[in-house]
Design a protein around this ligand. Sequence first.
Ligand SMILES: CC(=O)N[C@@H]([C@@H](O)[C@H](O)[C@H](O)CO)[C@@H](O)CC(=O)C(=O)O
Length: 289
Amino acid sequence: MTPRKKLEGLVAATVTPMTPDGRINLSVIHQYVDYLVSEQNVKNIFVNGTTGEGLSLSIQERKQLAEEWMCQGKDKLDHVIIHVGALSLLESQELARHAAAIGASGIAVIAPSFFKPTNKDELLGFLQKVASEAPTVPFYYYHIPAMTGVKIRVEELLDGIREQIPTFQGVKFSDTDLLDLAQCINKKEREQFVFLYGVDEQLLSALAIGANGAVGSTYNYLGRKTNLMLQAFAKPDLALARKYQTKAVMTSVSGIPMGPPRLPLVGASEEFIAKAKAKLESIVWPDGD
Ligand SMILES: CC(=O)N[C@@H]([C@@H](O)[C@H](O)[C@H](O)CO)[C@@H](O)CC(=O)C(=O)O
């Protein structure tokens, strides 16, 4: 997949479909792609990330999923970014080589989170060794300190990053520290780097700071609504944009059987699902839908 367009706008962090007995379910991915494109107007995806339970999957499963998303997304999706981060550097490198071989439009890497890098140089060293295994594939750092416990400021990481990682393209920024985001965006590299925000609930604030777009779980089922918010913001109609943002409730509405999560995650209770559905149905969206 050779992207013709710059990566911006919404990127759906895909769920990994599973069968009721907990195996990956590749058979619904074609339906999932069509749903995203036709129902949610979302043509970029982020595979095997947090939402996709990437770190709970085996390397083999991650490769199979990446291949299936690439295959089903061909000629339908603009960008398929594969998350290839892992605790083991060797596994991460293997996944990076695989993503390159199947033609992914980008790879992303999370900081290792058991033995953690304690400073910028250690983190950069890890990222560089993964990125260099896919020397022609755009590379994104996936910053999500609430999950990894690695709190190295991105602003600090960006200094001189292209010298070490020539393919460095940008950051998937999943943190509420908007000061760090703002300082990243103010850097002279602003024109070249892409900042994709990952806390869906406060996307509007990140857009105001200058984020290029967003990667998140809610764009799987609220992509169309959030696209309206992006349009309102671009106009600019901030009052309208705020209405969309505050109504970004999360629940699954696609009707595609995604199965249960994998332990240690557990499925939502029937009661929770019923309440979430009722809440979603009770909302009157600004477009009257
Ligand atoms: C911790 C977490 O899962 N964060 C989500 C958000 O999209 C999050 O689900 C959303 O803001 C709702 O809380 C994304 O940042 C994660 C993501 O994009 C991914 O799946 O890799």
